[in-house]
Every structure is written in C-alpha cells, then in structure tokens.
Ligand binder design. Structure first.
Ligand SMILES: [Zn+2]
Length: 265
C-alpha cells in the first residue's frame, strides 16, 4: 500500500466506534475523500485539533480502508480554522460553503480551482462577517468552478447577448435569462430592472470584505443596486438562486436554512 501525501480542507467529522473518527476531506489532488483516523477520538495527542472542520491540513494516508475510505497516518495543520468559531454566523457561513462543496462534488473528482476558492472563503470568514452579497458572490464562483453557472449574459434559448437593462426574464428550468422575444413562449419569471445585472456583476467581482475596524466586524457592499434598495435585490436574488439550485442540482442545504434564519434573508 503506497503512502499518499496531499493537502486537504476538512469538510466534516464524526465519531466512529469508540475511538475512531471519520472525516470528509476535500483534497487538492484527489478531490473529496472519506477518511478514517484510527484512535483519533481516544488519544488526545493523536490528530489533536487537526481533523477539525474548516482546517487546511497536510495529510499522509493509505488507500483502501473498508468502503473506499482511506486511512490517515499523519496529519498536521497548514492553516487552522481559528477565528471562525468567534460567532455563530461565521460558523454557519463556513458550514454552508463546506456543505456546498461536499454535496456538489463527487468522490475523487479533482477540482483545483474549487479547492483554492474554498480556502479563500474560509480564510476571509475569519476576518470579516459576511453579508448576503459576500455569500452570493462566492456561491456564484463555486457554481462556476463546478460548471453549473447560471447564464446571466445571453438568452439561453436563442443565444442573443443581452444588455444589462434588458436582463429581466429568468428561466429556472433553462438555467438563465431570456430575451424579450423568447420570453413570450418560454416559462420564466420577470424581475425588477438591475436585479439580474447585479447578480451577474457579483460573479467574479467579489465584494471585497473590509477587515474589521475597532473590533466591529463588517463586510462592505460595493455593489449597491440602485433602484433595488430595501431588500428588493436580496429577495429576488435569493429567489433566482434558490430556484436554480433546487431545479438543476436537486440539493437542499441544511446549513442554508440555518443561514437564512440567522441572516434573516
Ligand atoms: Zn432569445
């Protein structure tokens, strides 16, 4: 059995039997893996504070242990999750993104850009309290890494490129916007002006969170959709994204429900 070395981000952990622990890890070179750490629950020294969710770790493991799981031999922390535990919102936000990666990736499917994106998200969460725009923009980036990006730029039926002000009709079923002509015969929902253009702008244009000042945590909102204040953008963006994710990915995220109630969005 060859010993493998890899970097990984711990997605989740659970106790297994009296003394072992099972962790799910999103690795840099092998994608998502399930791993068993023998004696991790029993011995405080072995794997102490290492196999914890949100940690970036370096691992050494042997292939094939039971149901396709690997057996962890050694692990050490590359970047600790310290800071995420500071507030419930941070923990829930981090949980949402790890669950997102866990649910939408297949075992052993390498995705380097998604690995680094998840790492970036977790590092950011330590420094700032995300707002809904921050969450949305990273969610869109993750969808893009996974190849599930909604089409916000051209009509999904005829392919016509759309100007910002014409991006009004979104079809969940078809996963993108429709031009006025195609919207006449394809089911869709119309959204207030700028909602879809703003969503499109969030992609790759992360609202860069600003580090906390005087102990007060804040995330900036560089993209303020004018004419869509009072939560109009949030409400509609949420509807578009939830419809898209549930229709195309058929996934419901447990952590998303908690996030929604916490953020009241
Ligand atoms: Zn069209």
């Amino acid at each position: 059995m060859p010993l493998h070395k890899d970097d990984g981000i711990v997605l989740s952990k659970r106790a297994y039997g009296e003394s072992d622990r099972i962790v799910r890890i999103f690795t840099l070179t092998s994608g998502k893996i399930g791993a068993i750490a023998k004696g991790a629950s029993k011995s405080q020294k072995r794997f102490m504070n290492t196999l914890e969710p949100f940690n970036h770790i370096a691992i050494e493991y042997f292939e094939k242990y039971g149901k396709g799981m690997v057996r962890i031999e050694n692990a050490h922390v590359v970047e600790a999750n310290a800071g995420i535990e500071k507030t419930l919102k941070k923990v829930c936000t981090a949980s949402f993104f790890t669950e997102f990666v866990d649910r939408l990736t297949k075992e052993r499917e390498k995705n380097t850009s998604l690995f680094y994106l998840l790492k970036e998200v977790l590092t950011r969460i330590k420094d700032v309290e995300f707002d809904y725009h921050n969450i949305l923009s990273y969610e869109l980036d993750m969808l893009e890494c996974l190849g599930y990006m909604p089409n916000f730029s051209a009509c999904v039926y005829c392919g016509k490129t759309m100007m910002n002000e014409d991006r009004l009709y979104f079809s969940s079923e078809r996963g993108g916007i429709l031009c006025p002509r195609c919207s006449r015969f394809i089911p869709h929902k119309a959204y207030p002006g700028e909602v879809i253009a703003t969503l499109a702008g969030l992609k790759n244009g992360h609202p860069r969170p600003v580090p906390a000042i005087d102990g007060e945590e804040t995330g900036d909102r560089p993209i303020a959709p004018h004419g869509a204040g009072n939560g109009v953008f949030e409400k509609n963006a949420r509807e578009i994204m939830e419809g898209f994710v549930s229709f195309h990915l058929d996934v419901e995220f447990k952590s998303y429900r908690v996030l929604k109630s916490l953020f009241q969005f």
